[in-house]
Design a protein around this ligand. Structure first.
Ligand code: ADP
Ligand code: MG
Ligand code: MG
Length: 859
C-alpha cells in the first residue's frame, strides 16, 4: 500500500494488522495530494468530508474528542511519501492543544508541567511547519528562560516558566503573522494537512527528489494519529532502534532512548540519549516486549528494520518502522547472514545490495570521526570514488618529484592530458576545474581506482602562478587539501583516511552473483598492475587494452616522437623498430598476468599531436635532441594540430596513413603471444581490435595489413597460433552498416563513449559544462556519458547487434566504454544480448553484481 498510504502510513497500518501496539489513526492518501494540486492547492469538499468522518471514528475509538473539556483528543500530523524523504517535511505533535485543553490535560494527568511543555512544543512545530516562522525565534526565547533560571536542561523549567514561554510564543506568532494562534483544533488540523501537502513542493523536497531520482508527481500522504506521551514523567520515554547494527550489520539491537522526552528529542541532540541496552536496567519488561516486537517486525518484513517507539506510563507504543538505511559493509553482512538464518534466499540477498555502493568497499575512505569537523570548500563532479589528502601541486613533474620525496600529493590541473599520466600515478588524488564525468582525468582516474574530483568550475586553477583560487580562499603549492571522490567535495587541510577492508561477506555474495549472471565481465586495463587488480576483483579477461598509454612512458616518448617526426617511411620504420621490443614486452607481461583469459588489444587510437610537447621549453629541448631547428619542429607540430581532434586524424585513420604503425603493433601482439605460450605453456588467443571504423573499405584495408603481418609472424615462428581481428563500433555509420562490417570483423566491441559523443554531437570533454544545466531544467534525466542513452544511442547499439548477427549469428559482442561499469547500462546490455561488458578494474565487482541482478529482475 506504500504508493497510496506512503511508507509511514502503510507500515503503521501493517503494524496494527499484525497486532503490535500502535496508537490509532488514519491516513490521508497520496491521491488526495494529487487532487489537492489539481484543485488549485485547496482541499476539496469531498476530502474535507472524509476527514470529518474519520475524525469521528478516531474519537469513538479513543473515547476522546477534539477540544473536549473532559477528555480532549490530541493527535500528531505526520507526512510520509512512498519513498522515504528524511527531514523533508516535518511532523507536528500535540495538535488539539489550546488555552483550554492545556488546563484539562494538566489536571487530568495531574501534571501541569507536562501539559505546558506539550503546548509550547506544539506552538513551536506548528509555527515552523504551517506558519513558516523561523525556528530560531522560538529557540531564542527558550534559551533565554533556561539561562535566566539557571537551567541546563529544559526539563528543569517550571510550570510558570513554561506558561510564560507559551505566552511569548503566541506573541511571536501575532507579531510575525498578525494572527492569534489558532485555538480551534479543527482549524489546526486542516491547516496542518494543507501545509504538509504544500511542503511536498518546497525547494528542499524538490532538490531531494532530483538528487534521488524520485518522481515529482506522486505526492505525499498525511498520517493523523492519536498522541501518546513520552514526556509525562520518569516512567515514560522515547527512542529509536535498528534490529541490526547499521554500520557493521551485526545482529544485535542497536539504538538509543531518552527518559521523559518527546518526539525528536533523541535525534535532535537536546539531551544525550542512552544506549538501548540500558532500557533493560530501567524498564526490563518494556525492554523484553520491545525486543520481541522488533524481532517480529524483522521477520515480517524480512529485512533490517529502523523502529521508532514511545513509552507512556509504562506502556510501549510502536510509532514507525521502515527498512533501515545501512552502510555497504552492514548491507553485505546482514544479507549474507539473513540467508544463513533462512530469512531470505540467495537471490533476494543479491537484489538487496546496490551495486554502486560496492565502491565504498574498494577505495580508501575518510575517517568518520575526523570527517565530522571538516567543512567543504566547494564541490565538483564525483568523478572517481575514494578519499585523498595531500599537498597540492600543479603539474605532473612537481607531483612526481614531491612524491619521490615521500610527500602525499594531489595533482591539481585545469584539465589533465595524457602527458599527466605519471603525475596521476604518483598522486593520491586528482582535482580538475574543467571536464565532465568522461573527461580524461575522470576516465583515467577511475581506471587507476584513484580518487578524482573533476569539473570543479568554482575553482580557478592558475597553473603558472601555481595557485588555487576559490573566492577569497587561496591555496598555494605545497598546502594541503582533501578530496572526496564519492561526493565531489573538496576540503581545505588534511582529513585522516582509512584503507578499505574486503570482508568475507563480500566474497560470499559475489560468488552467489557469479553463479547467476550470464554476462561475462572483462576489464579495461593497459598495465599488468591494473590487470592484476582487476583479476583480484573477478575480471574474466581484458576487453580493452589501450596501447597509447604504453607510448607515454618516459623511456618511450622520445622514440614515439622520433617516429612521429620522421619524414620518410624508412625513418619511421627505424623508430618503430625501437618501439617493437618495448611493446612486445608490455604485451608479454600482460598475457602472463591474464594467463588463459582473453585479451583485446586496440591499435593506436589518439591523434598523434597528443604525443608532442606544447610548451616552449619542451619544444626547444626536443628540437635540440633531434638536431632540427625549433622552427621546423614547430611547423610539424602545427601541421599536426587539428581544429577538432576528436573527429580528426585518429583511430584506424592513423593505420591507413601509416600502415607501419599497425604492422609494428600487430607484430608485437603476435610475437608476445607466441613467446608467452611457449614460456608459460598456456593458450593465448590475441584479439586485435581496430578502432573508429566507419567505412567498410577502411576496415578491409587495415585488416589486410594486420592479417598479412600476423600470418608472416606465424610463418617466421612456425606457429599455428589462433587470433581474432575485430572492430570497435563507435561511429554511428558503423552501427548502421554492421551487417557489412561483420563480414570482415570477428568480433564487435561497442565504444560507447565515442558513440555517445558522435550520436549526440556532444564533445565529451566539454559537455560537462552544460549537461548539469540540462538535468536541472529537466531536458535530460541522466548524463548520457554515465548511463547509456537507451533511446537513441541504445537504438544504434541494438541495431548494430541485430545486423551484426544476421551476418554472423554467433558474433561475439561486447562493450568497452565507461558504460560497461554502470548498472543501469549493464541491464540494457544484458537485455539486448551482449556477451560481455568491459569496465575499469574497480568497477568489476559492481558489474558482476549488476549483471546477476539483471538476470534476476528479468525472471
Ligand atoms: P520523521 O518522518 O521525521 O521520522 P515522524 O512522523 O516519524 O517524523 O515523527 C517524528 C517523531 O514524532 C516520532 O519519531 C515520534 O517520536 C513522534 N511522534 C509522531 N507521532 C506520534 C504520536 N502519535 N505519539 C507520540 N509521538 C509521536
Ligand atoms: Mg519517524
Ligand atoms: Mg573510441
Amino acid at each position: 500500500m506504500k504508493s497510496v498510504l506512503g511508507g509511514k502510513g502503510a507500515n503503521l497500518a501493517e503494524m496494527t494488522n499484525i497486532g503490535l501496539p500502535v496508537p490509532p489513526g488514519w491516513t490521508v492518501s497520496t491521491e488526495a495530494c494529487t487532487v489537492f494540486y489539481e484543485n488549485d492547492k485547496q482541499l476539496t469538499k469531498e476530502i474535507l468530508e472524509q476527514i470529518q468522518v474519520n475524525l469521528k471514528v478516531l474519537e469513538g475509538e479513543t473515547g476522546k474528542k477534539f477540544g473536549d473539556k473532559e477528555n480532549p483528543l490530541l493527535v500528531s500530523v505526520r507526512s510520509g511519501a512512498a519513498f522515504s524523504m528524511p527531514g523533508m517535511m516535518d511532523t507536528i505533535l500535540n495538535l488539539g492543544l489550546n488555552d483550554k485543553t492545556v488546563l484539562t490535560i494538566g489536571e487530568k494527568t495531574n501534571n501541569m508541567r507536562f501539559a505546558y511543555d506539550s503546548y509550547r512544543r506544539f506552538i513551536q512545530m506548528f509555527s515552523d511547519v504551517v506558519l513558516e516562522i523561523q525556528k530560531y525565534k522560538f529557540e531564542h526565547v527558550l534559551d533565554k528562560y533556561k539561562e535566566d533560571n539557571g537551567c541546563s536542561d529544559d526539563t528543569q523549567l517550571t510550570i510558570k516558566n513554561l506558561a510564560d514561554i507559551v505566552e511569548e510564543f503566541k506573541a511571536i506568532v501575532k507579531k510575525e503573522k498578525g494572527l492569534n494562534f489558532p485555538q480551534d483544533p479543527q482549524e489546526q488540523l486542516i491547516m496542518s494537512i494543507n501545509a504538509v501537502f504544500l511542503s511536498w513542493n518546497n525547494p528542499r523536497a524538490k532538490a531531494y527528489r532530483n538528487l534521488n531520482d524520485i518522481p515529482h508527481h506522486i505526492g505525499t500522504a498525511v498520517n493523523v494519529q492519536s498522541m501518546v506521551f513520552g514526556n509525562m514523567g520518569d516512567d515514560c520515554g522515547t527512542g529509536v532502534a535498528f534490529t541490526r547494527n547499521p554500520s557493521t550489520g551485526e545482529r544485535k539491537l542497536y539504538g538509543e532512548f531518552l527518559v521523559n522526552a518527546q518526539g525528536e528529542d533523541v535525534v535532535a541532540g537536546v539531551r544525550t540519549p542512552k544506549p538501548i541496552d540500558e532500557l533493560n536496567n530501567i524498564m526490563p519488561e518494556i525492554y523484553a516486549q520491545f525486543v520481541k516486537c522488533s524481532q517480529l517486525l524483522e521477520t515480517h518484513y524480512r529485512d533490517m528494520q529502523d523502529i521508532e517507539f514511545t513509552i507512556e506510563q509504562g506502556k510501549l507504543y510502536m510509532l514507525q518502522t521502515r527498512n533501515g538505511k545501512r552502510t555497504v559493509h552492514a548491507a553485505l553482512r546482514a544479507a549474507v547472514e539473513m540467508v544463513e538464518e533462512g530469512l531470505i534466499t540467495q537471490e533476494e540477498a543479491i537484489l538487496r545490495i546496490e551495486p554502486r555502493h560496492l565502491d565504498q568497499l574498494l577505495h580508501p575512505n575518510f575517517d568518520v570521526k575526523t570527517m565530522k569537523a571538516a567543512v567543504p570548500l566547494t564541490q565538483g563532479l564525483p568523478a572517481s570514488p575514494g578519499a585523498a589528502t595531500g599537498k597540492v601541486y600543479f603539474n605532473s613533474e612537481d607531483v612526481v618529484r614531491a612524491a619521490a620525496n615521500g610527500e602525499k600529493v594531489i595533482l591539481v590541473r585545469r584539465e589533465t592530458s595524457p602527458e599527466d599520466i605519471e603525475g596521476m600515478v604518483a598522486a593520491q588524488g586528482i582535482l580538475t576545474s574543467r571536464g565532465g564525468m568522461t573527461s580524461h582525468a575522470a576516465v583515467v582516474a577511475r581506471g587507476m581506482g584513484k580518487c578524482c574530483v573533476a569539473g570543479c568550475e568554482s575553482l580557478k586553477v592558475d597553473e603558472e602562478l601555481k595557485i588555487l583560487v576559490m573566492g577569497d580562499e587561496r591555496i598555494a603549492e605545497g598546502e594541503y587539501i582533501s578530496l572526496d571522490g564519492s561526493s565531489g567535495k573538496v576540503y581545505k587541510g588534511t582529513i585522516k583516511t582509512v584503507e578499505p577492508e574486503l570482508s568475507g561477506h563480500f566474497g560470499i555474495l559475489m560468488e552467489w552473483a557469479d553463479k547467476i549472471r550470464t554476462l561475462k565481465i572483462r576489464t579495461n586495463a593497459d598495465t599488468p598492475r591494473d590487470a592484476k587488480a582487476a583479476i583480484r576483483f573477478g575480471a574474466e579477461g581484458i576487453g580493452l587494452c589501450r596501447t597509447e598509454h604504453m607510448f607515454f612512458d618516459e623511456a618511450r616518448i622520445p622514440v614515439v616522437r622520433r617516429m612521429i617526426l620522421s619524414v620518410t617511411v624508412e625513418q619511421r620504420k627505424k623508430a618503430l623498430n625501437l618501439l617493437l621490443p618495448m611493446q612486445k614486452s608490455d604485451f608479454k607481461d600482460l598475457y602472463k598476468v591474464m594467463e588463459n583469459k582473453p585479451v583485446t588489444v586496440r591499435l593506436l587510437d589518439p591523434p598523434l599531436h597528443e604525443f608532442l610537447p606544447h610548451e616552449e621549453k619542451d619544444i626547444i629541448a626536443l628540437a635540440k635532441d633531434f638536431d632540427i631547428s625549433v622552427d621546423r619542429l614547430k611547423e610539424t607540430i602545427h601541421s599536426l594540430q587539428e581544429v577538432n581532434p576528436m573527429l580528426g586524424h585518429r583511430g584506424c585513420r592513423l593505420a591507413v596513413t601509416y600502415p607501419e604503425i599497425a604492422q609494428m603493433q600487430t607484430r608485437a601482439i603476435m610475437e608476445a603471444a607466441i613467446e608467452v605460450m611457449k614460456e608459460e605453456n598456456c593458450t593465448v588467443v590475441p584479439e586485435i581490435m581496430i578502432p573508429l571504423v566507419g567505412i567498410i573499405a577502411e576496415l578491409d584495408y587495415v585488416k589486410k595489413v594486420v592479417v598479412a603481418t600476423a600470418e608472416k609472424v606465424k610463418e617466421e615462428n612456425n606457429s599455428s597460433i589462433e587470433y581474432l581481428v575485430g572492430t570497435m563500433i563507435e561511429i554511428p555509420r558503423a552501427a548502421l552498416l554492421a551487417d557489412e562490417i561483420a563480414k570482415e570483423a570477428q568480433f564487435f566491441s561497442f565504444g560507447t563513449n565515442d558513440l555517445t559523443q558522435m550520436t549526440y554531437g556532444f564533445s565529451r570533454d566539454d559537455a560537462g559544462k552544460f549537461i548539469s544545466e540540462y538535468k536541472e531544467k529537466g531536458i535530460m534525466q541522466d548524463d548520457p556519458f554515465e548511463s547509456v542513452d537507451q533511446e537513441g544511442v541504445g537504438k544504434l547499439i541494438e541495431l548494430g547487434v541485430k545486423l551484426g548477427r544476421t551476418t554472423k549469428p554467433d558474433l561475439k559482442i561486447g562493450v568497452c566504454g565507461e558504460h560497461g561499469g554502470d548498472p543501469k547500462s549493464i541491464d540494457f546490455f544484458y537485455k539486448i544480448g551482449l556477451d560481455y561488458v568491459s569496465c575499469s578494474p574497480f568497477r568489476v565487482p559492481i558489474a558482476r553484481l549488476a549483471a546477476a541482478q539483471s538476470v534476476l529482475k528479468s525472471k
